[in-house]
Ligand binder design. Structure first.
Ligand code: PEP
Ligand code: MN
Length: 337
């Protein structure tokens, strides 16, 4: 249920609603808006009556949220969410590119990529220190050593960091090292991990699971938000279908319904979505045209010798060309890059 406050409601009125929600054994979520504040509630609200709140001072109305995902739903939060980072505002007016090698491999490559990206106006670097690999014999990432490299690069260059958290054990270390915590496709329904990042105070980039429906994906976002972390970015990275012309099927058709059902920003990862370097630029441009708020692209100075995912990774030249095309297209679509 969502309690919409009157525009002139006093802070004490909002506090009253919060207390009334707590009295029912439910969790309040204060959601400030442009003109008025709303207070959402989560928990078992089936037996709660709207009238219970509508008599409280400063309350305009109480609305039942019909979707199973509450905090992630547009019913609860009408305006698109913007996530403000030191390096970038992620939301409906901007188009945010995040680039970098699949894995942190060493200091040199990480610095070189960060400096290249910054020189082209890309302010967020993504590289995995912990890698979810299909084979236990493939490179598993540098782990904590990789986090240290990312922290050093952030300190020296000012670039923002995005890196994956694979298990609850490393949550504190990853939260400390990164600006955005990535939850990988395979962990989209790792509920312990989702609850743990719900307690973090850094934004979470939530990749769509390999066979997840939009509702399942939004329910996973709800796990994070129910913990009090409202800063969730969805990331479409391709789903598993019968096709054998690409690694995954990049489902750009999920963007309009995701925008209808949810206020959360959505990114697209055309690198994992196609699995082939040559196909990445076309799908990156299509993602912008389809309404995505940003991209996650694998970029490496020498992709053919990358420790992981080189076949789908752009070199600097391809990245520069793509960025030029995105910069030309973004303003046409009302987005700043
Ligand atoms: C990655 O981003 O490098 C990755 C492993 O992605 P996904 O979880 O989408 O497979
Ligand atoms: Mn990868």
């Amino acid at each position: 249920m969502l309690v919409v406050m009157q525009a002139h409601a006093a802070a004490a009125d909002i506090e009253g609603v919060v207390a009334a929600i707590r009295d029912l054994g439910l969790t309040p979520h204060v959601l400030p808006g442009a003109t008025r504040t709303a207070v959402g509630m989560t928990g078992n609200t089936a037996a709660v009556d709207a009238g219970h709140f509508e008599v409280l001072p400063g309350v305009e109305e109480a609305i039942r949220v019909t979707k199973p995902f509450k905090l992630a739903s547009r019913e609860m939060h009408r305006d698109n969410t913007t996530i403000a980072l030191q390096q970038a505002d992620i939301g409906p007016k901007t188009f945010t590119v995040v680039g970098g090698p699949c894995s942190v491999e060493n200091e040199k490559i990480t610095f070189e990529t960060a400096e290249f990206l910054l020189s082209k106006g890309v302010k967020l670097l993504r590289a995995g220190a912990f890698k979810p690999r299909t084979s236990p014999y493939s490179f598993q990432g540098m782990g904590l050593e990789g986090l240290k490299i990312l922290q050093k690069v952030r300190e020296k260059t000012g670039i923002g960091i995005v890196t994956e958290l694979m298990d609850t054990e490393h949550a504190a270390a990853v939260e400390e090292a990164t600006d955005i915590i990535q939850i990988g496709a395979r962990n989209m329904q790792n509920f312990s991990l989702l609850k743990r990042v719900g307690k973090c105070r850094k934004p979470v980039l939530l990749k769509r699971g390999l066979s997840a429906t939009l509702e399942e994906w939004l329910m996973s976002a709800e796990y994070v938000m129910a913990g009090g972390n409202y800063q969730v970015i969805l990331c479409e990275r391709g789903v598993r279908t019968f096709n054998d012309h690409s690694r995954n099927t990049l489902d750009l058709s999920v963007i309009p319904p995701a925008k209808t059902l949810s206020h959360l920003p959505i990114f697209v990862d055309p690198s994992h979505g196609t699995g082939k370097r040559a196909y990445v630029p076309a799908m990156a441009l299509a993602a912008l045209a389809a309404g995505a708020d940003g991209l996650l692209i694998e970029v490496h100075p020498d992709p053919d010798h990358a420790a992981s995912d080189g076949q789908q990774t752009l070199n600097f030249e391809m990245t520069e060309k793509l960025l030029g095309q995105l910069k030309a297209l973004a303003p046409v679509l009302g987005r700043k890059m």
